[in-house]
Design a protein around this ligand. Sequence first.
Ligand code: ADP
Ligand code: MG
Length: 382
Amino acid sequence: MDFRKGPKSPGRTRFFTVCAILALALAFLFYIAVSGGSAEVERETFAMGTLVKVSVYGRGEASLTSAAEAALAEISRLEELFSVNIAGSDISRINADPAKPGGHEVSAETYELLRLALSEAEATGGAFDPTIGALVSFWGIGTEKARIPSAADNDDIADMQSVVGWSKVSLREASAEGGEERTVYFVSAGAGQALDLGGVAKGYAADRVAAILRARGVKSALVDIGGNLVAIGRSPKRREWRLGFQDPFRPRGNYFASVSVSDATIVTSGAYERFVRKNGVLYHHILDPETGYPAMSDLESVSIVMEHTGSRHNSARSDALSTALFVMGFERAVKFLEGHGEVQAVLVSRREDGPAVYVTDGLKQRVAVQEDVFPKAKEVGR
Ligand code: ADP
Ligand code: MG
C-alpha cells in the first residue's frame, strides 16, 4: 500500500501530536534558559544609622534569599562592633578609657578597620581622622542632639580639637597565651581621645557583604548602605550597571549624572543630607579636624568610584576618601587625585558662576552628566 496517497492514519496523527508537544516543551525550555529561570531577592533594613538595601539576582530563589539575609546579618554584626551608640561595642569600650595601659582587646574586624582608617588618615594628611569622636558627639549633627554652639563654646571646641590626632592611636597584635594558636588584637588611643568610624564603617560593611555574596556564588548584586554602593558583576539585564550620582541640590534619589560599571564601588559624601541651618550658615556632619568646625568646603559633593581589583577594602577606602576630599576642598582634592591615579572621582564644586562638575580622566568615558538637571554645570579638570 502506498501510504502517501491513502487517508491519514491514526499513527501519523499521533506522530504529529507528539512532535508538536515536543516542540512546545523545547520552546519552553529555551525560554527558561534565556530568561535564566531568573530570580530577584531584595532585602531592606535600617542599620548603621541609615537605610540598607541588598538586591541579589540569579537563579535559585532559596539560595539568593539566604545570601541576602546573611548580608544583612553581617551588617548588624559589624554595627555591634563599631558603633559609638552601642554600649559595649569595641569602639565604645575604647572611648570609655582610651589610654588604658596595654590597650583594649578588640575583634579582628575592628582592628582591621582601624588600621585602614589610620592609613587613610596618614594618606590624606589628617583630613580624614578617626580620632574626631569627641567633636562628632559634641556637634551631634544628624542626631536628635544636634546643636549650634555659641561663642562660649569656642574654648571647648578648641580643647576637643587639640586632642584629635590619628598618630596617637596604637595597634598591637599578639599570640594568645595558653597554647591556643590565635592572634589577639589590642588598641589604645591618646588621653582624652574618642574614636569614631562613622566615615568608613559603611564602606567596610559594604566590602564585607560583597565578599560574602561573592563567596556564595552570587554573580549579580547591588549593595546599598545609605548611598554607599557596591555593584557585583553585571546588572540582571546582563549589561553594565548604570548607577546614579545623587544631585546635591535635590532630595535623595535624584541624580545629576550616571556611571556605567561592573564590579565597582561608588561612595558619595556631601553636606546636603545631615545638617542644621542657622542664620544662613549650614552646619553639617563632616568636620574639619584642623578647626573642630564643620568643614568650610567649596565642594557640594564628592563621589569616589573604584573598580573591583581584588582588594578587599575598596569601598572602605572610598568611604574614607570621599569624606577626606570633601574636607580638603576643591583645590586640595584635585591635587590629591592627581597623585592617586587609582582613585577616580566626580566632584561638584561651588563656584561664583554656578556649580561645576569635575570628572577624573579614568571616568570620562563612563560618566554621563545630565545637562537637563544640572544646566549650569561646567566640566572642569583633568
Ligand atoms: P555619611 O555618613 O553621611 O555617608 P561620610 O562618609 O562622609 O558621610 O561620614 C561622615 C561621618 O564621619 C560623620 O557623621 C562622623 O561620624 C564622621 N566624620 C566627620 N568628619 C570626619 C573627619 N574629618 N574624619 C573622619 N570622620 C569624620
Ligand atoms: Mg565617608
